[in-house]
Write a protein that binds this ligand. Sequence first.
Ligand SMILES: Cc1cc2nc3c(=O)[nH]c(=O)nc-3n(C[C@H](O)[C@H](O)[C@H](O)COP(=O)(O)O)c2cc1C
Length: 168
Amino acid sequence: MYFEALRDISYGLYIVTSKNGEKMGGLIVNTIMQVTSEPAKISLCINKQNYTYELIKKSGVFGVSVLEQETPLVFIGQWGFKSSKTVNKFENINYRMGEYGVPLVIDHSLSVMEASVQSELDVGTHVMIIAELKRGEILKEGAVLTYDHYRKVKRGKAPKTAPTFRND
Ligand SMILES: Cc1cc2nc3c(=O)[nH]c(=O)nc-3n(C[C@H](O)[C@H](O)[C@H](O)COP(=O)(O)O)c2cc1C
């Protein structure tokens, strides 16, 4: 029953990316949040089984792309329901390398950021990461894609690896 109440918590949707050596990866998350202002820090909650977590653990840096409301479901499907271990999610999309060595997805993104990992908290299935924001850039103006819009208007779902899986 209380899982239904959890649906009223608001989030945005983001692509989080990382790179270690030649290997790049990225995934959809709803769990980016600003936690402090001076210096600016953000948090990310990531499933231990997601391949991008391995890349973040090794490199200590990650990129964030803030998705626009018009982002197609098929684009979210590519980043949120497949593993970067076996699929090259960067094929046929626009991205560029950031100053801190992470690929930043440009397609359907309103802004991009780069962050450096400071600490991690093991919360069971997931790890809560606190990272310092190193750079941020606005690419275009527009409405952000909220989780509420993704669920109610686009009729999107979340996979088992998402923190919100049971509330969907
Ligand atoms: C709407 C939505 C929200 C998601 N939120 C998260 C999240 O906050 N944390 C997380 O670890 N996975 C989340 N996921 C699941 C990952 O995007 C998914 O497991 C992805 O395929 C992992 O890719 P990777 O193995 O290449 O890292 C979400 C997926 C969707 C569709």
